[in-house]
Design a protein around this ligand. Sequence first.
Ligand SMILES: [Zn+2]
Length: 94
Amino acid sequence: MTLAATAIALIVAVTLGYAFLCWVSPFAACRACDGTGNREPFSLLRALLGRPEPRRKRRRIRTKCRRCRGTGARLRIGRRIHNNSRRLRHDATR
Ligand SMILES: [Zn+2]
C-alpha cells in the first residue's frame, strides 16, 4: 500500500467517523459556557487584573449564555452543513 492510498484511507475513515458522530450525537457542549448554559458577566476590571476569583466570597451573579441561549448545547458543524444542504435540496425540488 502506497503512502497516498494510506492517506486517502485515513481521510475517508476520519470523515465517516465524524459523519457517524454527527448522526448519533448532533449536539455538543457550548464552547462559551462549557455546556452549563450560564456565564458570569464580563468584568473589565477582572480581565485587566487577571483575577478570576474575587477576594471576598460574594454571591455569584450568573447570566444566561448568549451563544446557546441557556441551553448549553451547540449544533456540530457537520450537522449544520447537513441540515443546510437538506433544506437547500428541499427548497429547490418542491
Ligand atoms: Zn453556552
